[in-house]
Write a protein that binds this ligand. Sequence first.
Ligand SMILES: Cc1cc2nc3c(=O)[nH]c(=O)nc-3n(C[C@H](O)[C@H](O)[C@H](O)COP(=O)(O)OP(=O)(O)OC[C@H]3O[C@@H](n4cnc5c(N)ncnc54)[C@H](O)[C@@H]3O)c2cc1C
Length: 384
Amino acid sequence: MREDELREIRDAVRKLCEGFPGDYWRALDREGRYPSEFVAALTEAGFLSALIPEEYGGSGLPLSAAAAILQEIHRSGGNGAACHAQMYVMGTVLRHGSQAQKERYLPAIASGELRLQAFAVTEPGSGTDTTSLRTTARRDGERYIVNGQKIWTSRAEHSDLMILLARTTARDEVAKRTDGLSVFILDMREALDSGMTIRPIHTMMNHATTEIFFDNVPVPADNLIGEEGKGFRYVLSGMNAERILIAAECIGDAQWFIETATTYARERQVFGRPIGQNQGIQFPIAQAYAHMRGAELMVREAIRLYEAGQNCGAEANMAKLLAADASWEAANACLQTHGGFGFAEEYDVERKFRETRLYQVAPISTNLILAHLAEHVLGLPRSY
Ligand SMILES: Cc1cc2nc3c(=O)[nH]c(=O)nc-3n(C[C@H](O)[C@H](O)[C@H](O)COP(=O)(O)OP(=O)(O)OC[C@H]3O[C@@H](n4cnc5c(N)ncnc54)[C@H](O)[C@@H]3O)c2cc1C
């Protein structure tokens, strides 16, 4: 997308975010509440349906637009984690769903009538090793019966629909461990009445994440996405978009930390002069700025390849790695610049600090990105 068009989107998002300042996010954080008003405003403005094609009621925008939206939310001091999954999870239905599934779900998601915020992949016993997941979906006539447990299924309490990855053929009955997994679009309102239980998990930041138990939950066979047994591939096919969008959020966080730190360093007087006059304060911020700009270039390169339909696996992973490191470095510089006040709730620094720490671990940890680069780019032996 052209720079001037992206600028218009950024301006509009920034304007919307002005209605949700620091004290809004602070109160939510304190009370562990979900930002329903913010998500409703984003939906109404059409930002959450950016990637849904126009024929299904969305804006049909490219990934660069979605990245700009999420980056600006984070740059303004907010947090896109409350709703970002809708942008990339929807892609599973769009790319692999049947025509009937697309017509049934995408317009309702675009209008905000249905929320697709939950993406249930991780399990307590599998973690990063996705293919060893144990939740099963057993075919029983015109339905599947789901049993098992998911963990870290974020936003489940605020979602109508869930994309679920479950095993339909036992691991010892398939040739490759990536076979035998299937993706379903599950209507959570029905499942809550028929054996599904959601339990919130309280974390160091306000993330609305949960664990979910499935006890003989029936799912209509019509809700299987694509072919049975090919689900792992479908989930993987959405990973590059996810990595790029999360990287854009990290860049937005880094910008917020750098802007907040420089403003404070100019204003705070110690020993009769602004603390920003000291190189010990300037240099960590300048270093974080340089690293943020470098990471931003990698995000752009990953987007360029993605939008050109080329393989961007390495670049999407590096964008996520570098951007997450840049946001964490900027967070540390910002906290240090604020001295004791960095720990006070009212400055928002400690909240953003906790929020941005997550990206070193989720949705993919730094180590696993390094392992991917080592194996797939550098040709080193697989380490796991
Ligand atoms: C707040 C939050 C929200 C989340 N939301 C979702 C969600 O909506 N849906 C979902 O499905 N999941 C979600 N996740 C799960 C997230 O994707 C996982 O936490 C992440 O993939 C890591 O898995 P794990 O926590 O089981 O860590 P583990 O796999 O147990 O790994 C633990 C540590 O060991 C390291 N490690 C593991 N194997 C290797 C190796 N071979 N080489 C080097 N290091 C290794 C990892 O890097 C990590 O640092 C969320 C997690 C959090 C914390």
